[in-house]
Write a protein that binds this ligand. Structure first.
Ligand code: DX5
Length: 217
């Protein structure tokens, strides 16, 4: 089983306060997910690569592109946005890419881990033939687009099956994660836990992360 990673997520953050929040969570966070939306693949839009210029953090980034047909140039705009930041992975959606293999390969060519995300209704079968091309599989536990939605428990059967097929794979869950749902996801086989509301709406963000970690370890 790969290492547990707690991944706070930001989605259209308040740029006046975000760096202060990031300082607070930095010692407790394994990665920071930056959610990127295009209002085409999902019905919501966030700032694009330019937002990375405003971020000041040592937490390595997990960039989640909820974007239709992300081109090589578009992906490069994130890689080149801010040389002070470290990018751990860029994750693209199976449903949004007409040549997912090519996109994953392009990400990896830039020495960045490649993630493939699947929506709650997308069966694991759809990505079985490309698992060897990905470093991370992101199993969405809400329909992508908004934070603060309810956890879709049915998606966890995919984590169980994937863990059986790939004992060493990074399996990430995202959407509706709190200490209860994260514990269920960990039991199912996930090792990476993304949370926005649970962490950023908490009075004590560091404490929320510690509680999440305790629930899955
Ligand atoms: C959903 C996003 C999630 C979101 C999670 O479209 O991909 O990363 O920020 O938010 P919570 O934790 O509030 O469900």
């Amino acid at each position: 089983m790969p290492k547990i990673k707690i991944v706070p997520a930001i989605l259209s953050p308040n740029f006046k306060t975000i760096n202060k929040d990031l300082k607070e969570i930095e010692p407790y966070s394994d990665l920071l997910q930056v959610d990127i939306m295009d209002n085409i693949f999902v019905p919501n839009k966030t700032p694009q690569a330019e937002q990375l210029k405003s971020l000041d953090t040592k937490i390595p980034l997990d960039i989640h592109l909820m974007v239709k047909e992300p081109s090589h140039n578009y992906i490069m705009s994130f890689i080149n946005a801010n040389p002070e930041l470290k990018i751990n992975n860029i994750t693209v959606h199976y449903e949004a890419c007409s040549n997912i293999e090519k996109t994953l390969k392009f990400i990896k060519k830039n020495n960045i881990k490649a993630g493939v995300a699947i929506n709650p209704k997308t069966p694991l079968e759809k990505i079985k033939n490309i698992l060897d091309k990905a470093d991370i599989v992101l199993i969405m536990t809400v329909e992508p687009g908004f934070s603060g939605q309810g956890f879709i428990k049915e998606a966890l059967s995919k984590a169980t099956e994937l863990r059986r097929l790939k004992p060493d794979m990074d399996i990430e869950v995202d959407g509706g994660i709190n200490d209860d749902t994260a514990a269920l996801a960990a039991k199912a086989g996930a090792n990476m836990f993304v949370a926005n509301s649970y962490i950023f709406k908490a009075k004590d963000k560091a404490k929320a992360i510690k509680k999440l970690r305790a629930a899955v370890e």
